[in-house]
Design a protein around this ligand. Structure first.
Ligand code: E4P
Length: 217
C-alpha cells in the first residue's frame, strides 16, 4: 500500500518524508488556500517545492471545468515536474481530459469520486489513480469503506490498472480498513499515518526494557 499525505503544508510533508514511508502527496485548491498559497505563480512554485521534498507522485488539481482549459492547465502542470500527476474532477469534461492525457502518457488522478459507476468511468478513461472520498461519504452516514470494496471488486474483475487512491481519510482506522480491502494507496493527514505507530504496550514494554538495562549498568 502506498502512503500519500493529503496536505500542502511543507513542514508536514517534510516530517512524513523523514519518517521514510511516504510515497507521494495529494493537494487540492482548499488545501492550498489553507496554507495561504494564492495566485497562479505562487501555486505553481509551491507544487515544485513539494516535488523537491518528496520522492513520489504529487497530485496537482486543475481549476478549469471545461475540456479545452483543463487540457491547457493540465499540460502546464505536467510540465512543471516529472512527479506531477494531473488531478481532474469527475465530470464529463474531466473524463474526456483524462482520456486525452492518458493517450499522451500524462498521469492523472480523477478526484471527487463518490460512486462505483464514477470509478468505472475513470478506469475506462485510463486514469492512473481514482480518488473515492471515504470520509466525506462517512460524514453523510454512507458507508465509505463499502465504496472502496466495490471499486476493488470491479477493477479486479476486469484487471483495470487504475490505482485506487482512498482519499478523504480521516483517521488511522480508515488506513487499516482500506489496507484490509486492498486499496492501492491511502491519502490522509499526517496524524492518520503517525497513529499507526501508537500502542500503549509498546511504550510500556520499552520503558521496562530501559529500566531493566539501567538496573544492570
Ligand atoms: C483527495 O485528494 C482530497 O484532497 C482529500 O482527500 C479530501 O479530503 P477531505 O474530505 O478531508 O477534505
Amino acid at each position: 500500500m502506498k502512503f500519500f499525505i493529503d496536505t500542502a503544508n511543507l513542514g508536514q510533508i517534510k516530517e512524513a518524508q523523514e519518517l521514510g514511508v511516504l510515497d507521494g502527496v495529494t493537494t487540492n485548491p482548499s488545501l492550498m488556500a489553507k496554507e495561504g498559497i494564492t495566485g497562479k505563480d505562487n501555486i505553481l512554485k509551491h507544487y515544485v517545492d513539494i516535488c523537491n521534498i518528496v520522492d513520489g507522485d504529487v497530485s496537482a488539481e486543475v481549476i478549469a471545468t471545461d475540456f479545452a482549459n483543463m487540457v491547457k492547465e493540465g499540460e502546464e502542470l505536467a510540465e512543471l515536474h516529472e512527479q506531477i500527476v494531473v488531478k481532474l474532477p469527475m465530470i464529463a469534461d474531466g473524463v474526456k481530459a483524462c482520456k486525452y492525457f492518458s493517450d499522451k502518457g500524462i498521469r492523472t488522478n480523477v478526484t471527487l469520486v463518490f460512486s462505483a459507476g464514477q470509478a468505472l468511468l475513470a478506469a475506462k478513461a485510463g486514469a492512473s489513480y481514482v480518488s473515492p472520498f471515504l470520509g466525506r461519504l462517512d460524514d453523510i452516514s454512507t458507508d465509505g469503506l463499502n465504496l472502496i470494496a466495490e471499486i476493488r471488486q470491479i477493477y479486479d474483475n476486469y484487471a483495470f490498472e487504475t490505482e485506487i487512491l482512498a482519499a478523504s481519510i480521516r483517521h488511522t482506522m480508515h488506513v487499516i480498513d482500506c489496507a484490509k480491502i486492498g486499496a492501492d494507496v491511502m491519502t490522509g493527514p499526517l496524524s492518520s499515518i503517525e497513529g499507526l505507530l501508537k500502542h500503549p504496550l509498546t511504550d510500556i514494554g520499552l520503558a521496562k526494557f530501559l529500566a531493566d538495562y539501567k538496573k544492570g549498568n
